[in-house]
Design a binder for this molecule. Structure first.
Ligand code: HEC
Ligand code: HEC
Length: 446
């Protein structure tokens, strides 16, 4: 009896849904989107856009020189948040107070929660990093800050060359730039043939004033994990900034937005996305032309384009200047005029977690970003017209289409449970991702 009632209800619901669809004339959005994705994806199958599962290590893009194993990933997961390795601080009061995650906060989309990140020399956290400010006892030139907005760690595995200028990594777009590596010691990882994430993080440990030595690994309780993760390294070389950075690289390669509605829809959950989000997706992959640049499964690309946005020095920020080579994007690295003002195409998941968009955090509203692409009027007068990407052109989207496209970015591309990437604790037992006095209050650590 119960079975029949359920069946009857189900039938009525189904019929009602069909009638409703017919009444408002909703086209079969699922069919249309699926067909479009099959057509447009390089593999001719919509499943191309499904990002790997974090535990499926064999199917995650990786560096042959740093093959993934679960111990490395676990160790990297701890170290990414470990404030007790913040041992190379500029001032005593900075010691043990920051981590990689100070600028890459999971629930802020792995960005800092502010337009610019401050690690050593900053204090406070707020709810997701938005309250972090400069410690006035640090001079501006003593702060760990950069002249560009931190990139997300989501989908970073698809970035063979890292940074907005793509300077790290020996493969992909850096083939042919070998001469540059000899001019700057920071490129030793490129010379040694590593991919971007690995090559960058060797430097990242240093730049962000972190330190791992055999004594530190032992004291904090990480020695066993280093042993399990790096058995092929001799004991003399096993506990160091080098192995720590390889573990960090392994961990960040596993960060994917698998719980985002678009991912669920791709895996067959038809109702994971609303009709509006589906219409937005169709605009993204068709009339909006976004996929012409945002191509990879993470909707990033190893391509550099100028879309004429403002730089970090053009807004209130620390340690930036009109002369910062970062303002030139790819050209700042290659020194070729034709590369000037061209920046790497970033991934597009979890943008709405923290409202700072583009390399200079020049926009704070996602709908405005969509309008920026729709109108295609460059905002940075330093960028010569001839540099602007040909594909950056007016799209003639109407108000409703702009809203649809925004809803696709804002909700369908937002994984609501990135906090799963936090470790449940760090082995030092310290507060994380920050441990300065104000942050420990904000984070409820004491
Ligand atoms: C002070 C803030 C700050 C800290 C701390 C920090 N980062 Fe970053 N991170 C940035 C900024 C800014 C960028 C972009 C810089 C650029 O492209 O010019 C970035 C970019 C990256 C990228 C490149 C991503 C891509 O898609 O190209 C990786 C990987 C990365 N960081 C990993 C780390 C790791 C690992 C740590 C800890 C060792 C760390 N970061 C600590 C600010 C920070
Ligand atoms: C010509 C290639 C190109 C096209 C076409 C393009 N983008 Fe982008 N997009 C970029 C580049 C390059 C950046 C980074 C620019 C910068 O910060 O200097 C970017 C940045 C963004 C950002 C900011 C991401 C962040 O992390 O701050 C969003 C959002 C975005 N694009 C959405 C779109 C949408 C939506 C469309 C289609 C309407 C689109 N893009 C079309 C190249 C492109």
């Amino acid at each position: 009896m119960k079975y029949f009632v359920t069946l009857a209800i189900a039938t009525v619901v189904l019929l009602a849904a069909c009638v409703k669809d017919q009444m408002v004339g909703v086209p079969d959005l699922d069919y249309e989107l699926k067909a479009l994705l099959n057509f447009i994806s390089p593999s001719k199958n919509a499943s191309y856009y499904i990002t790997p599962d974090r535990n499926d290590l064999a199917n995650i893009p990786q560096d042959p020189k740093n093959p993934l194993n679960s111990y490395k990933v676990e160790l990297g997961n701890f170290l990414f948040f470990e404030t007790a390795i913040a041992l190379d601080a500029k001032k005593v009061e900075g010691l043990g107070t920051y981590s990689c995650s100070t600028c890459h906060v999971p629930e802020a989309g792995f960005k800092p929660g502010k337009g610019q990140g401050i690690a050593d020399g900053g204090i406070g956290f707020g709810l997701l990093g938005e309250e972090r400010i400069r410690n006035i006892r640090y001079q501006e030139n003593e702060l760990d800050v950069q002249g560009a907005r931190p990139l997300s760690m989501i989908n970073v595995a698809f970035a063979e060359n890292t940074m907005w200028n793509g300077s790290f990594g020996s493969t992909a777009t850096n083939i042919g730039t070998e001469e540059i590596w000899k001019t700057n010691p920071q490129f030793h990882g490129n010379i040694d043939g590593f991919m971007g994430i690995e090559a960058q993080n060797f430097e990242g440990m240093k730049i962000h004033r972190l330190l791992v030595t055999p004594e530190i690994a032992e004291n904090l309780g990480y020695k066993d994990l280093f042993d399990l993760a790096f058995p092929e390294y001799s004991e003399a070389e096993r506990y160091s900034n080098v192995t720590a950075s390889l573990a960090l690289s392994a961990y960040i390669r596993t960060i994917f937005p698998n719980e985002a509605p678009f991912q669920k829809w791709l895996k067959g959950e038809q109702f994971a996305m609303t009709p509006q989000e589906k219409r937005g997706a169709i605009l993204f992959f068709d009339k909006g032309g976004c996929v012409n640049c945002h191509k990879s499964p993470g909707l990033s690309a190893l391509e550099y384009h100028a879309v004429g946005v403002k730089d970090m020095y053009q807004r209130p920020s620390f340690g930036t200047s009109v002369n910062d080579a970062r303002n030139l994007g790819r050209g700042g690295y290659t020194k070729k005029l034709e590369d000037n003002y061209k920046f790497k195409v970033p991934q597009l998941y979890n943008l709405s977690d923290t409202p700072f968009y583009f390399h200079g955090s020049s926009h704070t509203d996602l709908e405005q970003v969509v309008q920026y692409f729709n109108k295609a009027i460059p905002e940075n007068t330093n960028v010569p017209e001839g540099q602007i990407a040909i594909l950056f052109k007016p799209l003639n989207l109407n108000e409703n289409e702009v809203k649809d496209l925004t809803s696709f970015l804002e909700r369908a591309l937002r994984d609501p449970s990135l906090e799963r990437y936090y470790p449940s604790r760090i082995l030092s037992g310290n507060c994380f991702p920050n441990a300065d006095f104000q942050s420990t209050m904000d984070l409820g650590c004491n």
